[in-house]
Each structure stands twice: as C-alpha cells, then as structure tokens.
Design a protein around this ligand. Structure first.
Ligand code: TZP
Ligand code: MG
Length: 210
C-alpha cells in the first residue's frame, strides 16, 4: 500500500535558505504551521550528506506527513522515505517505480504538454503526482524558465486530472500569490517557507489560502 500523501502544502527544502537554523528545524516549524508533505532536495550535498539530512528530517516528521527525496532513489530507500521525486532528466519513472516497488510514492516533474504526456503514457500506478511548473520564474531555480502562469498551470493540471494523476504546482509561489494557483491538488514552495523568518507562520499563512 502507498503511504498516505496529502499534497495540499508541500515543502521542498533548501539547505542554503534554511541557513543556520538547519533544515530539520525549519521542517519541524513548517509542519507545525500546516505543511502536509516534505521533499528533501539538496543539489550540492554528497550522497552521504543527503542520506544524513533525510534521516534527520524523517526524525522530525509526524506520521501522515509524506517524506520524498529529490532524485536519489538509493537515499530514499535507505532512509526509509515515503517516496522519490524525479525530473525528466533523472532516471526514467518506470525504472524508478521498478526500483522502489509498489509501496512508495513517485513524483515526476512536468513543465510542458510533452513532459506531462510522458507521465500520462506510463501504466496506471507508476506516478502518484506530477509537479507542474514553474508557475512563475523563480530565483530559487533560475534555469527553470519563464513560467507557465496560472492559466498554463491550470491547463496542465486539468490534463493530469483527466488522466487520473494528482498534481502540485511549483515555482514562485508566495503567500501573496498562492491563491492565484488553481486546478492543482496542492502547492509546492521552497523560499516562501525556507527563507521566511518564521517558517511556522509562513506555513500557517499559506494554509490560510490553500
Ligand atoms: N522546480 C521548479 S521551480 C523550483 C523547482 C525546484 C523552485 C521553486 O522555488 P520557490 O522558491 O518556491 O520559487
Ligand atoms: Mg531531479
């Protein structure tokens, strides 16, 4: 059975933005404020550092808040994460599903119709959630592109839903803009929580509009 996964407010971690507070403390506060799912993402960490970070985040998560690891299937399995999130340049989703088995969650990024078609062409149950974005251009991932906008995001989300896939939107989502994002099952944020002086308050504010 897949672990429970509520995509409503999905935090993607950023070690640099968390700063001296450390990612686990930011995650703990964010979950207290209402974050429903967490992805450990650190493109600069070694495999060993990512493993240690994932264990530390896992230790602060209550049951029911799903934990994903970005890219690193080995780390996700070893750390007992609930799932993995991959992009379209990472290992192919079907192969990742074969590695993780039926009892973990799999997220796949989809930033265009063509990329969404990849997710929709997979056998049912391969992918649990598509990450649509960026909604807006974002300094957190400068190479992500100019942004689909709320309308483009909603159009992809509608296609995902028609194909039986849940969706989350990512990229440039702030407390102020979160209500503009429609059609998705949840929103993913990095800087809106990790760079906030009070991550719990930021999460509460986001839950106020989602
Ligand atoms: N993928 C697309 S945009 C993005 C990722 C990982 C970064 C989103 O960061 P922020 O700070 O929420 O705009
Ligand atoms: Mg990736």
């Amino acid at each position: 059975m897949r672990p429970p996964f509520d995509p409503t407010l999905y935090l993607v971690t950023d070690t640099a933005l968390a700063g001296e507070r450390g990612v686990p403390d930011v995650v703990r506060a964010a979950v207290a404020g209402g974050v429903t799912a967490v992805q450990v993402r650190d493109k600069t960490a070694s495999r060993r550092e990512l493993y240690a970070l994932t264990l530390a985040v896992r230790a602060v998560l209550p049951p029911g808040v799903a934990l994903f690891v970005n890219d690193a299937v080995d780390v996700a399995l070893l750390a007992g994460a609930d799932g993995v999130h991959v992009g379209q340049d990472d290992l192919p989703a079907a192969e990742v599903r074969a590695l993780i088995g039926p009892d973990r969650l799999l997220g796949l990024s989809a930033g265009s119709d063509d990329e969404l078609a990849v997710a929709l062409a997979l056998p049912p149950g391969t992918v649990d959630v598509v990450g649509i974005g960026p909604v807006w251009a974002t300094p957190t991932k400068p190479d992500a592109g100019t942004g689909l906008g709320p309308a483009g995001t909603a159009a992809l989300a509608a296609k995902a839903a028609a194909g039986g896939l849940r969706s989350v939107a990512i990229g440039g989502i702030s407390v102020e803009r979160a209500a503009e994002v429609t059609g998705v099952d949840g929103v993913c944020v990095v800087s809106a929580i990790c760079a906030a002086p009070d991550p719990a308050a930021a999460a509460r504010a986001l839950r106020g509009v989602r």
